[in-house]
Ligand binder design. Structure first.
Ligand code: GLN
Length: 486
């Protein structure tokens, strides 16, 4: 029997409308699920039961008075980097102490307007820096398919909470793959919208020219519902783009016939796991069988993507994180003078990976090195973007594995940052080029770990992306599999 907490947004809304379920029942089902599995998984940093149930009752009352909303009564978990008024905001760091946000991020405001229950803070790598959720001051999250493995990162908690049915959907952020990679490793759908599609107001900045908020859901239809709610220009974020928001749920229905899908020649990298290769190749064969036209394309600057990203992202991070100095936000360790206070606070408050990035970023921006590193990286970024825009003259979508391997073990890469960075090879270029991308389940390894297919679309091409992903999903059942946690 399908349990309430395993249902999709789409299914729940139908039951809520039909009077077969109440929001309180949904919220209670999620809370019970958390009670039984989250000790093992550590997806949630915190949650407020009373507040969640009050929101659920409010939604039930609204519905009984005839109100409607795309997410009315649906619990959505929030990555600990997105501001929710009067709730803790830690970015999985010690440096924010017991800081609480005084305001709602724009995405939260939009979710509330659609009736969602804003529920819980989910775990992540500190300040979204990482690919495994091991860099969290609240301890690592664990992969629900095998708790010895990482769920990926940085939005690991968001992926775990959805895959383990602890919530119905969640929000994450993606700077270089932090939505798509954990979605792939946990077996759910992760959508990174185009840069500018969704407001970043209230998202704590890591690398402002790359960061984007997106969703984790149990299927593609739900990804369309979530995007519909959160998309759109916002006067509070000058990088959000006033491009009209199409009806994404309508865009889902359509066909694949005539859609051209490109396979980048350069993505046949050493180190691509054979099971991942086989699963993604058969997913592409399925798309072809369903009517897509598949052809090889070239993205010649692929080999520079990781280096370019880790220069630009760290440079921006070093500037963005300067604000955490013990005066304005969160924790403070006093010293003899402001400088000592600052050093002590940052020394104790930030974890190793965050410090590494601040040091790297400061280095690439410093006089004498700026031209050699930062400026060159910006130029290469333009070339990478051009590669994609040229490819999109010949194809409508690009298909790749989301990750080079299935989930890796907790501790396996934690001591080798370079090894960790290399695992971002397929997701990073999308952010550098400002594209949209989705990861969807397309198989399992022999060990039973999920494998993800990544589809990349043109800037503001989410409709094509969602249509192809939905047609694939309607013809397969990978997304319906759930980890056995009992
Ligand atoms: N893994 C990448 C990094 O560590 C991406 C992180 C992200 O998208 N937030 O920077």
């Amino acid at each position: 029997m399908t349990m309430v907490h395993s249902l999709t947004i789409n299914q729940l809304i139908e039951k809520l409308r039909g009077g077969q379920l109440t929001s309180r029942q949904i919220m209670e089902a999620c809370l019970n699920r958390i009670d039984s599995v989250d000790d093992k998984l550590n997806a949630f940093i915190s949650y407020d039961v009373e507040d969640a149930l009050a929101q659920a009752d409010f939604a039930d009352k609204a519905r009984s008075e005839g109100q409607e909303g795309a997410l009315l009564g649906v619990p959505v978990a929030i990555k600990d980097v997105i501001a929710v008024k009067n709730h803790p905001l830690n970015c999985a760091s010690k440096i924010l102490g017991n800081y609480e946000s005084p305001y709602d991020a724009t995405v939260i405001k939009k979710l509330r307007e659609a009736g969602a229950i804003i529920f819980g803070r989910v775990n992540m790598d500190e300040f979204a820096m990482g690919s495994s959720t091991e860099n969290s001051a609240f301890g690592p999250s664990r992969n629900p398919w095998d708790i010895d493995y990482t769920p990926g990162g940085s939005s690991g908690g968001s992926a775990v909470a959805v895959s383990a049915d602890e919530c119905i959907a969640s929000l994450g952020s993606d700077t270089g793959g932090s939505i798509r990679q954990p979605a792939a490793l946990c077996g759910c759908v992760g959508l990174k919208p185009t840069y500018g599609r969704v407001s970043r107001y209230g998202l704590v900045a890591f690398a402002s020219s790359l960061d984007q908020i997106g969703s984790f859901t149990k299927d593609v239809k739900d990804a369309a519902i979530m995007l519909q709610v959160i998309a759109g220009a916002d006067e509070k974020d000058s990088t959000s783009v006033p491009e009209p928001v199409p009806d994404y749920t309508v865009a889902l229905s359509g066909e694949l016939k005539g859609m051209r899908i490109g396979l980048p020649r350069e993505y046949q990298v050493d180190g691509l796991d054979t099971e991942v290769k086989a699963a993604t190749e058969s997913a592409v064969a399925k798309l072809e069988e369903l009517g897509a036209e598949v052809k090889e394309i070239s993205l010649p600057h692929t080999e520079y993507a990781i280096a370019t990203y880790y220069i630009i992202a760290t440079a921006e991070a070093s500037a963005n994180l300067a604000r955490f100095e013990g005066v304005r936000y969160g924790a403070r360790i006093d010293g003899e003078d402001p400088e000592e206070m600052n050093c002590r606070t940052r020394g104790a408050g930030f974890g190793d990976e965050v410090k590494r990035r601040i040091i790297l970023g400061t280095y690439v921006l410093s006089s004498g090195y700026y031209d050699a590193y930062y400026l060159r990286a910006q130029k290469v970024r333009t070339l990478i973007r051009q590669d994609f825009l040229q490819a999109f003259e010949h194809v409508d979508l690009i298909a790749t594995p989301t990750t080079p391997t299935p989930a890796f073990k907790i501790g396996e890469k934690a001591k080798d940052p370079l090894e960790m960075y290399l695992s971002d090879i397929f997701t990073i270029s999308c952010n550098l080029a400002g594209l949209c991308g989705v990861s969807l389940p397309c198989g399992f390894s022999e060990k039973g770990l999920p494998i993800g297919l990544q589809l990349l679309g043109r800037p503001f091409g989410e409709s094509d992306l969602l249509r192809a992903a939905n047609i694939y999903q309607e013809a397969t059942d990978w997304h319906t599999k759930r980890p056995d946690l009992d």
